[in-house]
Design a protein around this ligand. Structure first.
Ligand code: ATP
Length: 359
């Protein structure tokens, strides 16, 4: 069981700052997902932990040792990549046992460990086969197996499922979660897919422009985003984010955006006034009014029936809003409707910094 700590971790490629002053403490046995848009520095972080990328400044503690200057092969970490990179001329068994052969472990010990791991991954029948005769999912399992037989202190995953089709990706996602429960080893996983992050991570680390924006359990980050970037990035359909101006008066506050006024109670975080961004999750917009809810009227521009849910795009007097309603067969394109939202579910952000405004 090994914890990982990043302190002031920074990487520059010439003038490009890929990762800037990242501090992160990962508990022993934890499954942590680094998630963010392309170019946010996730892969560079992971590659520095693996020792595949040099560090410009800062420390990487694996257990009690700062490994920032330690060679990759001496860090006791195993990395699984998007491309499986299996040796085509070797059998599955030889691919899986290769790292142990390099370490000069006895042949029967290698065979025992490969068999054990193949059984966990459902690859026993495939052991004599060549990689090219396997499906993509099986090849990715071999790549996983190759990492597991090494029994590393930390697993590092760089978008390992992105080459698989959607169905297989979902299946492999739950296999990996089960594997984590079984192995109980520290895992750090990189993805740009927020759904993958939400479903897999004990905690998720949202990255943007080389830095960490928020760390928390998936639901903490979803329910309580610290800034507008995190609020908009986590969640699907995305949170409605609307720029406007707030004006207080007569015991209430009015949020105005081009063509649309929304009245909110005096104690609402927008009451500080000035340019703000309002945030409403699609599921908090409802056709039924509850006590104290405020109404937003508009015309239905699009309806998606997903089965259990109905997604509606509402053209208001101002911006377009997206609502996730419980299944509703009575909402049609062109209908004039009113959606209701509890003011407690309306978030506010500073328009310039994006920082969440709290009451
Ligand atoms: P993606 O999901 O697209 O891989 P990412 O969040 O993993 O994105 P990184 O690959 O870590 O992001 O890249 C962070 C920044 O560093 C980007 O601006 C990228 O162009 C830059 N970068 C990464 N590797 C290099 C390199 N070898 N040389 C120069 N710039 C690099």
């Amino acid at each position: 069981m090994t914890d990982v700590r990043l302190e002031g971790l920074t990487k520059r490629f010439g003038p490009v700052v890929a990762v800037e002053a990242v501090d992160l403490a990962i508990n022993s046995g934890e499954f942590v997902v680094l998630v963010g848009p392309s170019g946010s520095g996730k892969t560079t972080c992971l590659r520095m932990i693996a020792g595949l990328e040099t560090v410009t400044s800062g420390s990487i503690f694996i257990g009690d040792t700062d490994v920032a200057q330690v060679h990759a092969k001496d860090r006791n970490v195993a990395m699984v990549f998007q491309s499986y990179a299996l040796y085509p001329h070797m059998s599955v068994a030889d691919n899986m046992g290769f790292a142990l052969k390099i370490r000069k472990l006895p042949r029967d010990e290698i065979e025992r460990r490969v068999r054990e791991v193949a059984a966990i991954l459902g690859l026993t029948q495939e052991l004599p086969r060549r990689p090219k005769t396997l499906s993509g999912g099986q090849q990715q399992r071999v790549a996983l197996g190759r990492a597991i037989v090494r029994d590393p202190a930390v697993f590092l995953f760089d978008e390992p499922l992105s080459n698989l089709d959607a169905k297989l990706r979902v299946a492999m996602r739950s296999e990996l979660i089960k594997l984590h429960h079984r192995l109980d080893t520290t895992m750090i996983y990189v993805t740009h897919d927020q759904i993958e992050a939400m479903t897999m991570g004990d905690r998720i680390v949202v990255m943007h422009e080389g830095g960490i924006r928020q760390v928390g359990t998936p639901l903490e980050v979803y329910d309580d985003p610290d800034d507008a970037f995190v609020a908009g990035f986590i969640g699907s359909p995305a949170m409605n984010l609307v720029d406007g101006t707030a004006k207080s008066g007569d015991g209430a506050v009015t949020f105005q955006t081009d063509g649309l006024d929304i009245g909110l109670p005096a104690g609402h975080p927008v009451a500080r006034g000035g340019p703000v961004t309002l945030g409403i999750r699609p599921e908090f917009l409802d056709l039924q009014a509850t006590d104290g809810a405020i109404a937003i009227a508009g015309r239905v521009e699009a309806v998606e029936h997903l089965g259990a849910d109905t997604i509606v795009e509402l053209e208001t007097a101002g911006p377009m809003l997206v609502a996730r309603l419980a299944r509703n067969d009575g909402v049609f394109y062109g209908s004039d409707i009113r959606l209701w939202v509890d003011p407690a579910n309306v978030m506010a952000f500073d328009q310039d910094s994006g920082i969440r405004l709290r009451s």
